[in-house]
Design a protein around this ligand. Structure first.
Ligand code: IPE
Ligand code: IPE
Ligand code: MG
Length: 232
């Protein structure tokens, strides 16, 4: 096998861990919620550039199963921003030809937010680009839920393919590239199963400072990587 055999210059799926909103705000003497608001603007820049570059599947880590540990007012601010975004940007998603999809346990969310999520998912369901929001998402919970579902369907032994098909990402390629901002060098329970062979890209840039040029830097770095998948 040639060492370039699996090399692809453009990722099919990029997953972003949006981190550093709080530090961005604190360094400006602002409340953390202001960082999250600036984070929404950065999200829009990053999404639009990533779609422009032709990446077909784009996933954002919006809220982890561990983020409930934050103060209630911060959690409320995040959920409020999410609702506002979905209400305002529905048409923009259509213009970008993006299909909105949420991965995570929606049960603890407000009825109003759940309704809005379903509305935007249905509204955008015919679009070719896939935008995943990992919301109340945890990689370990996802695997446990998948295995339990398979057991409830009568399976007594499972294959990798069974697990793949029972995850939120069923039918979706694994992320080729995971981008994490703010200098933290960890995955924080994000796509635990799916990132087994992902390329990782870390930048010190805080999420609210992310620009289209930073997206290009990440994609360029990816295109220079040699993926071997265990081969020679
Ligand atoms: C990312 O920014 C947003 C979420 C996790 C929802 P943080 O809020 O984690 O920002 P830092 O890490 O405290 O700077
Ligand atoms: C990961 O960021 C979760 C999201 C980006 C939604 P955190 O800020 O919660 O991660 P840790 O606590 O630094 O690992
Ligand atoms: Mg953080």
């Amino acid at each position: 096998m040639s060492e370039n055999v699996n090399q692809q210059s453009l990722p099919s799926h990029i997953a972003y861990i949006m981190d550093g909103n709080g530090r961005w705000a604190i360094s400006r003497g602002l409340p953390r919620a202001a960082g999250h608001r600036a984070g929404v603007s950065a999200f829009k820049r990053v999404l639009s550039r990533t779609v422009e570059r032709g990446v077909g599947v784009i996933t954002f880590y919006v809220f982890s199963t561990e983020n409930w540990k934050r103060p209630r007012h911060e959690v409320m601010a995040l959920m409020g921003l999410l609702y506002e975004y979905l209400e305002r940007e529905k048409e923009e998603l259509m213009k970008m030809r993006v299909r909105f999809h949420v991965m995570g346990d929606l049960a603890p969310l407000s009825r109003r937010l759940k309704r809005k999520i379903l509305e935007v998912e249905n509204y955008t369901s015919g679009n070719p680009y896939l935008l995943n929001f990992a919301l109340n998402y945890g990689g370990r919970d996802e695997i446990v839920a998948a295995v339990n579902r398979l057991i409830s369907e009568g399976k007594t032994e499972v294959t990798k393919e069974d697990i793949d098909s029972a995850l939120y990402t069923a039918g979706c390629p694994d992320p080729d590239l995971v981008v994490r901002t703010s200098g933290e060098l960890r995955l924080s329970n994000f796509l635990t199963w799916q990132t087994a062979y992902s390329e990782l890209y870390f930048t010190n840039t805080l999420w609210p400072d992310m620009t289209a040029a930073d997206v290009d830097l990440a994609i360029d770095a990816y295109s220079k990587r040699k993926r071997r998948f265990g081969g020679a």
